[in-house]
Design a binder for this molecule. Structure first.
Ligand code: HPA
Length: 277
């Protein structure tokens, strides 16, 4: 395993590259775009693109429906840094690589992160296309990006997760949704590694323990963000009802199709939220 000093050096080099590629621009908010939700990055004004493959030590995303670049630009009057494409544990990266972008955000001075994802709906009140504000999460993987020597420069070894998803941001998201007349559910997101979709038995279990949605991302990024004091807001796009809830078989095609269908509404909501953050 890489030493903490070596990892820190890599993060610093990656951040230095991104900082210089940004010229004088100073994004205040980062937005991680989930599967099928990448179009938001194409709506930014004055976009500036930084491909991951040009950033030292950065992984590159391998999932279809995910591009691999940062796009900096104006959204709702704010300068934002979008991740068009993220890294997943199931791609074979270790969690320190998966979360390297969040460390880089911190070093760039970004203190707010809006994370989005595609997720399977477990709550029986949901349908394909429901947007869900993440109120809390379940880490069911037994994995954690913060295992190993603590990076004291970023945060404390032990830190609080009582209110991981910023209370003020959640209130603001709900008010924005209401104002824009966009239905916004709330719920708990469960992280499993994937890459397989779940079994119906797993979904029944997840429902029993309090999950409303299930997915293969987000939680590692949120853990690292909270470790370094970045405020987090999370939105899931429920792209399908979870395994066993309908007669359908699950596929990545369905995930992308639904995300694509709700993208305009999603973009309207995110733009409204960002303008009020
Ligand atoms: N399960 C896990 N991850 C997902 C799903 C699902 O049903 N849909 C989209 N991402």
């Amino acid at each position: 395993m890489m030493t903490a000093a070596e990892y820190t050096r890599q993060v610093q080099e990656a951040a230095a590259y991104v900082r210089s590629a940004l010229g004088g621009r100073r994004p205040e908010i980062a937005i991680t775009l989930g599967s099928g939700l990448g179009d938001l990055a194409e709506r930014l004004d004055a976009p500036l693109t930084i491909p991951y493959k040009e950033i030292p030590h950065f992984p590159v995303s391998t999932v279809s429906g995910h591009k691999g670049q940062f796009v900096c630009g104006k959204l709702g009057g704010k300068e934002v840094l979008c991740m068009q494409g993220r890294f997943h544990y199931y791609e074979g990266y270790d969690l320190k690589q998966v979360t390297m972008p969040v460390r880089v955000m911190k070093l760039l001075g970004i203190d707010s992160l809006l994370v989005t994802n595609a997720a399977g709906g477990i709550n029986t009140g949901f349908h394909a296309g429901t947007l869900m504000l993440i109120e809390d999460h379940l880490n069911l993987t037994g994995e954690n990006p913060l295992i190993g020597e603590n990076l004291d420069a970023f945060g404390d070894r032990f830190f609080d997760m009582t209110v991981a998803y910023d209370k003020e941001y959640r209130t603001l998201a709900k008010a924005t949704a209401e104002e824009l007349n966009i239905p916004l559910a709330t719920g708990v997101y469960a992280w499993l590694t994937g890459p397989n979709f779940e079994t119906p038995a797993e979904i029944r279990y997840l429902r029993t323990i309090g999950a409303d949605a299930v997915g293969m991302s987000t939680v590692p990024e949120v853990l690292v963000a909270r470790h370094s004091g970045i405020r987090v807001l999370g939105i899931s796009c429920i792209t399908n009802l979870a395994a066993g809830m309908t007669d359908n078989t699950l596929s990545h095609e369905e995930v992308k199709e639904t995300a694509d269908r709700v993208q305009n509404e999603f973009i309207r909501l995110v733009t409204g939220i960002v303008s009020r953050m």
